[in-house]
Design a protein around this ligand. Structure first.
Ligand code: 6R9
Length: 638
């Protein structure tokens, strides 16, 4: 048990040093002591970042669901595994014990098999935050099918792109979803997406909103009757350590979303180990992460990490503002939440509401507060610390990525002294490096640079589905022999890290990663648009919002800009989803370009931020005169 649960700072440094000096011994001990293996590994780690190729626990065999479910049955069969809190507070919450979860997962797994799903097949899951989402994820893992969860806020085009990219044979969805006061026709979105997806043979439909929907004969099936008929025993498929567990798409700075592939053993070991330490989870604690399972945070820290530790994990279907802005705090009181993990964008939105909605509730159960998804600004950090944690619950500002699979830089609560806006220290086994523009590592403290990781960790993504070259180009080519995160960071005088934000063309809006290129592609679909460039600008609640510079085709006619703005945002909603809508659109005659034809986004960013005092050298531009006209036009942006 020695290394599993870190209790004080000295121990952190001691374990950290060991994890860096002898990474293989270190991870082997963690893997030996805390998991259930069908067969142990032959080699702990083999790696080569130049290919790149990374393998952890090669030769081992296991099934992650035996670790997340079966092994708890003897001691925790009646313990709540998943606590479901519905969108509507008047609807009763549902406790699913480990025993019930086991039954539900096994039945679901048998339904998948009955529909021809085999090990290695891809299954797309497009569900709201209802228990079926967690159950279907685990059911795929049970039989070795690779799940690809697509966040149910994505549009039909975004969904079909993802389904086709990984050639999913099946889609699991619901008749609809509740989101605050709204209901959403998820099945309608799936139907539209599937017009372009010949690879999909079956659609399983969970009942949630009891709406009247179209069922395509031969393709679409109601889930419940199939589950009712299915056996609750399904032998777990024996998986190799490096077999793919899931694909999860993340936005890139260019083109198609990247299907990040996570494999089985390393992902399990790392998410379980980080969960235990970063949240200091104790046996009877109730843990709640407010993310959606459609994102990596939900995969690692709603489903796999907590369940691998036999924890009680809350799944919340709704939104923080429904029926009012006290909902999160009401749930904390109701379920006596001990660990609460959310995003800065939610904290900022809630902080705006004043304290009346907070003070109504008893938050004394809280022990640890988490933050993830984007940098947490100082004001939000203090609001969270003062009013939610009452200065007693440490804030763990956890930096990590879809690609990293698990938390990488974070305080350990009650162990690492926190500092507002700092993610603080690398987690055990993580070796960060800050790099300068010439490719050299910047040593020492009080420095800043591009954040890389120089040694493999167990839960790193192994490739991009179907495109290993892109994996190499994106993450392993900027700096030799290092994984490049795409983020900038600084290291303070004691070695604490502060993530300063993306240094590429990914913009984080309300904690969601958005690549500028796919949004520009969508905008350019509008028949009146000739060209566009999108940049981020600071926003009170969302962290960043999107600003679009749009050149219209010259037709000689004048156009109604108000309508155009609506139409452009409508196209974005259709292609990507409402999260990518532009907050401001400025119509312009041109865009600042370099002589090689690249848009100078740096200048556009400054204009969008209304910070035009120091635009730097613009003389090398192909069209320097355009800059002033864009500055002048900025006041008319809406
Ligand atoms: C887990 C997750 C990854 C990007 C990442 C960074 C930003 C995440 C952060 C943070 C500052 C934190 N990010 N956590 N920035 N402080 N604590 O969010 O994954 O959706 O892939 O986003 O989010 O820019 O590179 P993902």
């Amino acid at each position: 048990m020695s290394n599993y649960h870190i209790k004080h700072l000295e121990e952190y440094y001691q374990v950290y040093r060991k994890s860096v000096r002898e990474p293989e011994n270190f991870w082997e001990e963690v893997a030996e002591e805390h998991f259930m293996w069908r067969k142990k590994w032959d080699t702990v780690l083999s790696w080569d970042f130049s290919k790149p190729e990374v393998k952890w626990f090669e030769g081992a065999q296991l099934n992650i669901t035996e670790n997340c479910i079966d092994r708890h049955l003897a001691t925790r069969g009646d313990k709540t595994a998943i606590l479901f809190e519905p969108n509507n507070p008047k609807e009763a919450s549902v406790s699913i014990s480990y025993r019930e979860l086991s039954e539900r997962v096994n039945k679901f797994a048998n339904v998948l098999k009955d529909h021809g799903i085999e090990k290695g097949d891809r299954v797309c899951i497009y569900l709201p935050m209802i228990p079926e989402l967690a159950v279907s994820v685990l059911a795929c893992a049970r039989i070795g099918a690779i799940h690809s969860v697509v966040f149910a806020g994505f549009s039909s085009t975004a969904l079909s792109t993802r389904i086709n990219d990984s050639q999913c044979k099946m889609v699991i969805t619901s008749d609809g979803s509740y989101r605050g006061a709204k209901t959403i026709d998820l099945k309608g979105i799936v139907d539209e997406a599937l017009n372009d997806c010949p690879c999909v043979e079956t659609v399983l439909v969970a009942r949630r909103i009891l709406s009247d929907i179209n069922m395509k004969i031969g393709r679409d099936k109601w889930l419940q009757p199939l589950l009712d008929e299915a056996s609750s025993v399904c032998a777990a498929e024996v998986m190799n350590a490096e077999d793919a567990l899931f694909i999860l798409y993340t936005s890139g700075s260019t083109g198609m979303p990247k299907g990040m592939v996570h494999t089985t053993a390393g992902y399990m070991v790392y998410t379980a180990y980080t969960f235990k330490n970063v949240f200091q989870y104790r046996e009877d604690d109730i843990y709640w992460c407010t993310a959606d399972i459609g994102w990596i945070t939900g995969h690692s820290y709603i489903v796999y990490g907590p369940l691998a530790n036999g924890a009680t994990t809350v799944m919340f279907e709704g939104v923080p503002s429904y029926p009012d802005y006290g909902r999160f705090w009401e749930i904390v009181e109701k379920h006596k939440i001990n660990q609460f993990y959310t995003a800065p964008t939610a904290i900022r939105a809630l902080a705006k509401q004043g304290l009346e909605v907070v003070e109504k509730y008893d938050l004394s159960s809280l022990k640890t507060l988490g933050s993830v998804g984007e940098p947490i600004n100082e004001e939000a950090w203090h609001w969270y610390n003062d009013n939610i944690g009452k200065k007693k619950s440490p804030i763990v500002d956890t930096w990590w990525q879809t690609e990293t699979g698990g938390i990488m830089i974070t305080p350990i609560p009650f162990v690492t002294p926190t500092k507002p806006t700092y993610a603080t220290l690398p987690f055990i086994g993580i070796q960060p490096a800050l790099m300068d523009e010439n490719g050299y590592e910047i040593k020492g403290n009080q420095v800043d640079g591009r954040l890389c990781i120089k040694f493999p960790w167990p839960s790193m993504a192994r490739t991009i589905w179907g495109n290993h070259q892109r994996y190499k180009d994106t993450y392993f080519s900027a700096f030799e022999n290092k994984y490049f995160t795409g983020d900038g960071a600084l290291r303070d005088e004691v070695g604490y890290y502060r993530i300063t934000g993306r240094v590429d063309d990914v913009i984080i809006v309300s904690g969601h990663n958005l690549g500028t290129a796919p949004i520009e592609d969508a905008v350019n679909e509008h028949p009146a648009v000739a060209e566009s460039a999108i940049v981020g600008f600071p926003h009170d609640i969302k962290g960043n919002a999107l600003y679009g510079f749009v050149i219209l085709k010259d037709t000689g006619e004048s156009r109604d800009h108000t309508n155009l703005r609506k139409e452009i945002n409508q196209i974005i909603t259709e292609h990507i989803g409402p999260i990518a809508k532009l907050d401001k659109i400025q119509f312009t005659q041109g865009l600042p370009k370099t002589r090689s034809g690249k848009i100078m986004r740096r200048i556009l960013r400054k204009i969008a931020c209304n910070d035009t005092s120091n635009l730097g050298d613009t003389s090398t531009l192909l069209n320097p005169e355009i800059v002033q006209s864009i500055i002048d036009g900025a006041k008319d942006s809406k």
